[in-house]
Unconditional design. Structure first.
Length: 211
């Protein structure tokens, strides 16, 4: 999903939070990075202070990273600076729906606070803080504020989805409930319930384009 949305042309593609990811299998020449030393990351960097020249990046990509950033405003400022015109921020993040609130608030260890007034939260170090509702807060509830503060970053696409394949595969910490032969069934099921995503989505695919 992420690789398919990358803009063409010159410039590097940076991945934030590469520790558990596999984007480098799909994006040639990807610059992998993490906020702490990690065998799968080429760089150790802080998303609030990116070590790249102005207009040098074609895209910044990540999965489940934005809601761990204590200061998303600082990240957006840095991302806007580093992206070339037409460059993108492409992400997959937790999303707020009636179903996701039930799951994330009761069965997940990270905070999920759609009612939070601030886009920031206290953090004592890497991965020590989070608000899983931050992406929805920024791009839906407070969209007017985002568009006012970051006029160069245009919200190009928001696509909520419910990846049953992720859930029944065990995610990142459970035994899989999805034998390989059942994979086509879960794909069909996801397509059948696409119209119900406003109620059932747990994640969203979001792309922003720098003007």
């Amino acid at each position: 999903m992420i690789a398919a949305e990358l803009p063409s042309g010159i410039g590097d593609v940076l991945e934030l939070g590469s520790g558990a990811g596999c984007c480098d299998r799909y994006i040639k020449g990807l610059i992998t990075s993490e906020v702490f030393p990690c065998p799968t990351a080429r760089l150790v960097i802080d998303a609030h202070d990116l070590p790249f020249d102005d207009g040098s990046l074609r895209a910044i990509v990540f999965t489940d990273v934005l809601h761990h950033m204590p200061d998303v405003r600082q990240f957006f400022s840095e991302a806007s600076r580093c992206l070339r015109p037409g460059g993108k921020i492409v992400m997959i993040e937790p999303w707020v729906t009636p179903w996701s609130k039930l799951i994330f608030m009761n069965l997940h260890h990270e905070p999920f606070l759609p009612e939070a007034q601030s886009w920031s939260f206290p953090s004592a170090g890497p991965l020590s803080g989070a608000n899983g509702a931050i992406p929805w807060i920024v791009f839906v509830r407070d969209r007017i504020t985002f568009e006012s503060e970051f006029p160069d970053l245009h919200i190009e696409q928001i696509r909520p989805f419910l990846p049953f394949r992720y859930l029944v595969s065990g995610g990142v910490g459970m035994r899989t409930l999805m034998p390989a032969f059942t994979y086509p069934f879960w794909v069909r099921l996801e397509k059948m319930i696409e119209s119900q995503m406003p109620r059932l989505a747990m994640f969203a695919f979001v792309s922003l384009r720098r003007g």
